[in-house]
Design a protein around this ligand. Sequence first.
Ligand SMILES: *[C@@H]1O[C@H](CO)[C@@H](O)[C@H](O)[C@H]1NC(C)=O
Length: 197
Amino acid sequence: MAGSASKSFTLILLAMSFYFNSSSAARVTPQSSIDFIRTSCSTTIYPKLCYSSLSIHSSTIQTSPELLANAALNVTLSSAKSTSAKMSTLSQSHGLKPREVSAMEDCVEELTDAVYELKKSIDEMSHAKKSNFRMMISDVQTWVSAALTDESTCSDGFEGNAMNGNLKTAVRGKIVHTAQLTSNALALINNYAFRHG
Ligand SMILES: *[C@@H]1O[C@H](CO)[C@@H](O)[C@H](O)[C@H]1NC(C)=O
């Protein structure tokens, strides 16, 4: 009787130690998440922007390459949406030359496509089945690259001297920012794909 009581006591201790071990393994300190984000961002083309835009989401990202890529896509999508909205507003400004109006309208269209591609990527990543990992990553890489191309096409429309200087500066600043976030997201997606094996 005493023997079986002590046996169950040992079992409980054993179970508890497993429980605590596994929960401490799953817990990530804030500092290790920050280190993880910094190290991952150092592989991107714009590491400072990468770190400043993603470290604020460290409690969600923890040390997961998947959540990091996902957070980078979220940040990129919200920037693309805000750039697109700003372009729409600017395209209705008074006093624009026809050439400027037409460049703005092309841009709004390209950014609408970019937003759509980024949304699709986020959706596909969150619904991917384990068995389709390669296909999911390949789709996401294709769509995010397409978004980057759309953004570059938009900013190319504002090259050249025919454009008003202030407008050009306002537009290009926003688009370059979004394009840099997109480039970083693509690098972090590639990183995730690579680590996944
Ligand atoms: C990305 O955004 C979605 C929708 O807002 C949210 O549920 C998800 O937690 C975000 N992902 C990360 C890693 O922040």
